[in-house]
Design a binder for this molecule. Structure first.
Ligand code: SF4
Length: 188
């Protein structure tokens, strides 16, 4: 027998409800080191109205944030600072890599620049461009919201040791590329 519910009653799963709340109240932690930071600031301006997506409250204390946005190149000397701030942010937390430099090192193919922050941090979204436009960053926030809703946060699967020990995407690609290279140029 079908159960008749009053019009003002909604049934949902607790996980879906928590994810819905979390995705609509992201608190960004800006880690802007270079020119991409200017576009990050523009994204927070009134013209783009980040408040539409519940992510307009930038905070400069990691303990008040759950979304790290790395905008610009990260040099090796700065890396421990980035890792310290990331570890001070509470779970669940997410990371957006904004721009070519943060994602791959960009044009700075040198020993002193980190060639992709995903070698050291779990990155959820990559924003291509040099620099990306604010619209691209907003799109990545929307995509991240979809991901949060899809994957949920209450069960905490993403924080298990097994999930965290999975190889980072960039390292997998590097390994695949070197395998391809050795297949093309075998050493006898
Ligand atoms: S991706 Fe381009 S705009 Fe962004 S920090 Fe690097 S050089 Fe600057």
């Amino acid at each position: 027998m079908a159960l008749e519910l009053p019009e003002n009653v909604v049934i949902s799963k607790l996980d879906a409800l928590a994810s819905w709340c979390r995705k609509n109240s992201l608190w960004p932690m800006p880690f802007a080191t270079a020119c991409c930071g200017i576009e990050l600031m523009a994204t927070g301006a009134s013209k783009h109205d980040l408040a539409r997506f519940g992510a307009e409250v930038f905070r400069f204390s990691p303990r008040q944030c759950d979304l790290m946005i790395v905008a610009g190149r990260v040099v090796m000397k700065m890396l421990p600072v980035l890792q310290r701030i990331w570890s001070q942010m509470h779970e669940p937390k997410w990371c957006i890599s904004m721009g070519a430099c943060a994602s791959t090192g960009g044009v700075f193919d040198t020993y002193s620049v980190v060639q992709g922050i995903d070698r050291f941090l779990p990155v959820d979204m990559y924003v291509p461009g040099c620099p990306p436009r604010p619209e691209q960053l907003i799109q990545s926030i929307i995509d991240l919201q979809d991901k949060i809703q899809r994957e949920g946060t209450i069960s905490g699967r993403e924080f298990t040791t097994a999930a965290r020990q999975q190889p980072k995407r960039a390292l997998v690609e590097v390994a695949a590329a070197s395998q391809l290279d050795s297949a093309r140029n075998p050493v006898f």
